[in-house]
Design a protein around this ligand. Structure first.
Ligand code: NAD
Ligand code: MG
Length: 402
């Protein structure tokens, strides 16, 4: 029985994870559930899944959660505050941690799970973009393993050779393969292109949050939906792939594939290209990572290739969707530059969703912020948190001026 802590339980990834967990009561048990401040949704999940621990990150919601749990009889231990997320990730109640908090708020609990030697199922890409080096070091020290939930990275992981059995990876993150020794030429990440594929800059000027969040293929939280619309999601994923697979930026390519059926590919030196295909449903990646190295039913429909009929591929438009180019630049610059990129993006996306910043202002804010904030070596958590704070302050100043 694998005991699973789900951080971000009330979100889109949280819901998909709990769906897979519920299909296999003989294999998986949700022992900790954590959320930000949606007390009603968290209390309902506790009544249904009966975890040992419920964590609400906003301490102002603690009393309300106690009341709701007393009323619905869930009777689990309750903790509140940011520190409680760390306890939820590192405590003895779990073997597996699903890091599905959105944004930098998930960084410290993700690191804590790695330090504690858990099996870390990583959805929270912002954490690895901010602190990829620290996360790798924490995994090594903790002796746990990382399995990517992001569909592209999960696909790449599935296409890489010699995936060792769990027993062999006691001291190495599962996702790490020596790419050169394995004969890998490049990693090809697919991108749907988002709701504005094919549009010009002029078309994008008056885009509203509702339009940006209407993704053609995937149903996701609002922040990642906007990231998909700007292509920053793919930019964050290039940085994520760099850290997960120890791949140089020039070995990571992005190709737009509007059907979202090919989730990503690995090309080898002999010219072979391995791809992972499936319906766009996150439960495939989640079930794979939960059960690895076994396979279990994820509740995902069979891929109907005849109905799909075509698989199209095109180059990304880096001039219109500047965010992807900015992410490559930040990755090449190294150090805390990717932390700055992420912080500026989080601030800009929040301002856009709040209707304080136009859609095209997102890339502009990030670009100006990267110019304004100096990079430092990303060697300690303090430097990274400091870069995050400085970048957010600068981004807010830029947003106010735009
Ligand atoms: P979401 O907005 O649906 O859910 C976010 C979850 O995080 C919620 O449970 C919320 O309560 C929690 N949360 C937010 N702020 C918090 C805070 N300060 N402290 C504690 N908890 C907090 O988002 P999502 O779409 O599920 O995405 C979650 C993460 O997974 C993101 O990093 C996203 O990039 C990544 N991801 C999502 C998908 C997808 O299909 N949704 C795919 C790949 C990767
Ligand atoms: Mg993805």
């Amino acid at each position: 029985m694998k005991r699973v802590a789900i951080l971000g339980a009330t979100g889109s990834i949280g819901a998909s994870t709990l769906d897979v967990v519920a299909r296999h009561p003989d294999r998986f048990r949700a022992t900790a559930l954590a959320a930000h401040r949606n007390v009603d949704a968290l209390a309902e999940l506790c009544a249904r899944f009966r975890p040992e621990l419920a964590v609400i990150a906003d301490p102002a919601c603690e009393d309300a959660l106690h009341e709701r749990l007393a009323a619905n009889g869930a009777g689990c231990r309750v903790l509140a505050g940011a520190q409680a997320l760390i306890e939820a990730a590192a405590g003895a109640h779990c073997d597996v941690v699903v890091a599905a908090i959105v944004g930098a708020a998930g960084l410290q609990s993700t690191l804590a799970a790695a330090h504690a030697g858990k099996r870390l199922l990583l959805a929270n890409k912002e954490a690895i973009v901010m602190a990829g080096g620290l996360l790798a070091a924490a995994l090594e020290r903790g002796g746990g393993e990382l399995l990517p939930l992001d569909s592209e990275h999960n696909a790449v992981f599935q296409c890489l050779p010699r995936q060792p059995r769990a027993a062999d990876v006691a001291h190495a993150p599962a996702a790490r393969t020596d790419l050169a020794a394995a004969g890998v030429r490049r990693i090809v990440l697919t991108a749907s292109g988002g709701p504005f594929r094919g549009r010009t800059r002029a078309d994008l000027a008056g885009i509203t949050p509702a339009q940006a969040c209407a993704h053609p293929n995937w149903s996701m939280g609002r922040k990642i939906s906007v990231d998909s619309a700007t292509l920053m999601n793919k930019g964050l994923e290039v940085i994520e792939a760099h850290h997960l697979f120890d791949a140089a930026p020039e070995r990571i390519e992005v190709v737009v594939h509007p059907q979202s059926i090919v989730h990503s590919m690995v090309e080898y030196v002999d010219g072979s290209v391995l791809a992972q295909l499936g319906n766009p449903d996150m439960r495939t990646a989640i079930a794979y990572a939960l059960a690895w190295p076994e396979r279990v039913d994820a509740g995902v429909a069979t891929l109907d290739l005849l109905k799909t009929a075509r698989l199209d591929f095109e180059a990304p438009d880096l001039a219109t969707f500047r965010c992807l180019a900015l992410a490559y630049e930040a990755l090449r610059a190294g150090g805390t530059t990717t932390t700055v990129l992420n912080a500026a993006n989080e601030e800009a996306v929040a301002a856009f969703l709040d209707e304080r910043l136009p859609f095209l202002g997102i890339a502009e804010t990030i670009e100006r912020c990267l110019d304004a904030v100096d990079s430092a070596p990303a060697t300690t958590l303090e430097t990274i948190l400091d870069a995050d704070l400085t970048a957010r302050r600068e981004a807010r100043r830029i947003i106010a001026s735009l």
